[in-house]
Design a protein around this ligand. Sequence first.
Ligand code: AKG
Ligand code: FE2
Length: 533
Amino acid sequence: DYYSSISGLETLLRVENHYMWAIGKHLVEVERLQTELDRLIDELDTEYEKRQQSSEFYYDYPVNAFKAINRIAADWQEVFKLTRQIENLTIYNESSHIPEDAVTLPTDEDLRGAARGLSRLQQLYKLDITNITDGYLRDRKYSSEMSAFNCYVLGKSLYESEEYLTASEWLIEALEKSEKENEKSNNAKAFDDSNINGGDIENTTDGIFPYVSIAEILEFLAPALFYAGKHELALAVNSKLLSLEPDNSIGLSNRDLITAETKIKRRTSFIEAKYDKSEIQDLYEQTCSGEFEQRIAEKSQLHCHFTTKNVPYYLLGPLKMEELNTDPFVAVYHDVIYDKEIKEIIARSKSDIERSTIGSEDNSDINEVRISKNSWLAYDSALMAKISQRVADITGLSMNMSEDMQVANYGIGGYYGTHYDFSENPEEDNPDDGNRILTAMFYLNDVDLGGATAFPHLRLAVPPIKHSLVVWYNLHRSLEPDFRTAHAGCPVLKGSKWIGNIWFHAVGQELIRPCDLKPDHDISKPHMAMGVD
Ligand SMILES: O=C(O)CCC(=O)C(=O)O
Ligand SMILES: [Fe+2]
């Protein structure tokens, strides 16, 4: 799929490049045939005129008699041959086949995914829809304006994804754009026409291409509003549709649906339940959007320091450690992976990157909670062995029981909803190596906007800074899960996000991180109740 990461999007540019080339070739051929046809018809026309104006003795001349026969038998056949050629012109069709077999084209599901991604960003970062459609992101213009048709497709995709409230907003935006576009094209026409024939405006309804009519937008807007629980508005919008097109079959059946009391009641209770956001989702959104900041009491305890971790190697250039939370322990180490290493890691991952699943390596599922792509790198190369040693040095833990590095890439709107890295069922999931005790996660690039790692319970959003490694303990010293470590990847708003995850497991770390004298896990129990997504 195309919507979960940007790593496939460059391919689309190549596909479009190819289409452009093919249609260019096609047009050249169309023009050549057209010119030939014009010339032929011109000649025939001249002859025809001549004959019409000549006397009744025209056919007495043998050459004329021959010409007359020849025109029907040969000349006109040439014309028909050309018109058949134009009709059967297949250059574009043939060459629109994509050159590389490996490329699969984006599907409707991709389009729906991209639409959901854009709408998620708009909601979470509280962006203004009109701003987005004008091509602005946080006061800077990045894109050209979206057309009414773009907004309509987006609204329709969200409708199909049953996101009715946001679908309505985009469809309303489509209406506004459509009105503006009609105005613009009418003005342009009036101007053209007045130049040519004195300003007679005809056929004012076709806007810019690809075109969507007001009625087509209303056909979706009415039911979207209805399912979003806005019945009065839905009814008004549907009436508007029927006033434009009294026989519109969708409008007529929607009217029945909207006015049927019983159905309304059944639907609304269902909708209200659906729009009820969980507490953890609220916390997550507010941590990602920066509305929540870490508590002062916690912040004031934090330190930044240079450390050698008792590893002689780091005496040459000590580690820059920034503590982010003391209990549970979260810290980020800056400048611990080099550009050259990052390049190689990303290049290797690109070859077998796949849509991310949830769960461990061999027991996993594709799920909407996680929109990204990933692949796994073993520590069997010189580079990965070096990385493995470095992470062991930094964390002080043994890599014996750690998983391969999981490299993940999020595209625009890509995110990972609130989750725990530990298993809630360790006896079943990790019988031999124990639960995931610690996460070490490299940020492999700078994300232009968004993409922080959020810890909703800690009100902490860790910014993704290239070359850094964020580290946290998922388990208490007692090895019981620490529910305060629920965390999430916030949606990427601009750019893309690459991370490299290493999970350490608990078995074999007992001497390195011993238990406290008293079990320490009661403190996180209250957070368990809130759960995750
Ligand atoms: O993308 C992020 O910042 C978090 C990723 C994460 O938590 C995970 O992959 O387990
Ligand atoms: Fe995680």
